[in-house]
Design a protein around this ligand. Structure first.
Ligand SMILES: [Zn+2]
Length: 107
């Protein structure tokens, strides 16, 4: 019989990789991101359904992820995603949101 509640065991915290710097961290110290419409929105309380990606809530990791188009990959988004909401959440004036989908995928 398996009667185990979904409680994180001590010393066994769920880890997630930051889509920016790729460092694995406790899920709780990363910001969850989800797709809403054609954009990425922060999901700080992890309440949104669907596939999520995780990012350190820092501009550095945000820019890293944006530069390598890691958001689309992590979120399995077919096209470009606006990062304006996320950018404003992180407190930056994002002007690259529109450029995001215009680059040619080289992979
Ligand atoms: Zn990071």
């Amino acid at each position: 019989m398996i009667a185990r509640a979904e409680q994180p065991e001590p010393g066994k915290k769920p880890l997630r990789s930051c889509v920016g710097c790729k460092v694995r961290e406790a899920k709780s110290s990363l910001l969850r991101l989800v797709v809403a419409g054609d954009g990425i929105v922060p999901d700080p309380h992890a309440r949104q359904p669907g596939r999520g990606a995780y990012l350190h809530p820092s501009l550095e990791c945000f820019e890293l992820a944006q530069r390598r188009r890691a958001f689309s990959r992590a979120l399995r988004a077919p096209g470009s995603l606006s990062t304006a909401s996320l950018a404003s959440y992180l407190g930056t004036q994002d002007t690259t949101g529109n450029l995001y989908g215009k680059q040619v995928e080289k992979l």
